[in-house]
Design a protein around this ligand. Sequence first.
Ligand SMILES: Nc1ncnc2c1ncn2[C@@H]1O[C@H](COP(=O)(O)OP(=O)(O)OP(=O)(O)O)[C@@H](O)[C@H]1O
Ligand SMILES: [Mg+2]
Length: 259
Amino acid sequence: MTVLTATNLTKVYGGQKGAVPVKALDGFQLQVEEGEFVGIMGPSGSGKTTLLQLVGTIDKPTSGEVIIRNQKLSRLTGDGLALFRRRQLGFIFQDFNLLDALTLKENIILPLVLEGMPLATIEDRVYTVATQLGLRSELNRYPAEVSGGQKQRAAAARALIHQPALVLADEPTGNLDSRSAQSLMEALSSLNETQSTTILTVTHDPVSASYCRRILFIKDGRLFNEIRRGTDRGHFFHQILDVLATMGGESYDLAYARR
Ligand SMILES: Nc1ncnc2c1ncn2[C@@H]1O[C@H](COP(=O)(O)OP(=O)(O)OP(=O)(O)O)[C@@H](O)[C@H]1O
Ligand SMILES: [Mg+2]
């Protein structure tokens, strides 16, 4: 089943009061099937975050359409849009976005509490997802009391607990050391394989990207290339480096070096 279809997606920012308009996405097409784990790579400013914002209902395209599970996003407004976002989508951000005053468990269950789900179901779900993400013994700690990697795995648990149609992640490993980054990507990869969770993630890091099953490369708001992983992650990693090298390495290297 197709989870996401984006057709002819164009986003132009600015252009008011004499400012020069920026075309962040230019006729971008994308289709994601249920159970896919798709990575988005490309130089800084190529339109990756813009794409995630349009798919995530955070912003609207200038033209084109996004369809998630047969729902045209352009048909949704106000409460309907908020409800759709809350039920069908899960978000993981670079800076975790956890509430400091709540324990990891309270952070994770927040989407279910908002839905008014029965307590017994919530308890059940939180232990399942915490086990999958290796967080069982940290659940009663506060964000300030755990590592960056644990914070991000808690954020991933929060994004997954309501079993959304699509999980969107914008550089989820951007603030993690390489070991924590790998452990997050391993957890996401395993959830993708065992639960068929559909994931779309932006990443600058070729190692993180090698956990995905398919990578789309964006340049200047357009699809530049697309590759699929076979069984060998090491081989995929080298394929990713090869495509990045053909993309005009300079802007890519600058973006990567900032991190
Ligand atoms: N709110 C905005 N207003 C005006 N221009 C914007 C806005 N958001 C993004 N842009 C511009 O749109 C283009 C694409 O930005 P976007 O944030 O999607 O890039 P990105 O691929 O996520 O880059 P990075 O790797 O640095 O995060 C850039 O030229 C950026 O400056
Ligand atoms: Mg970005």
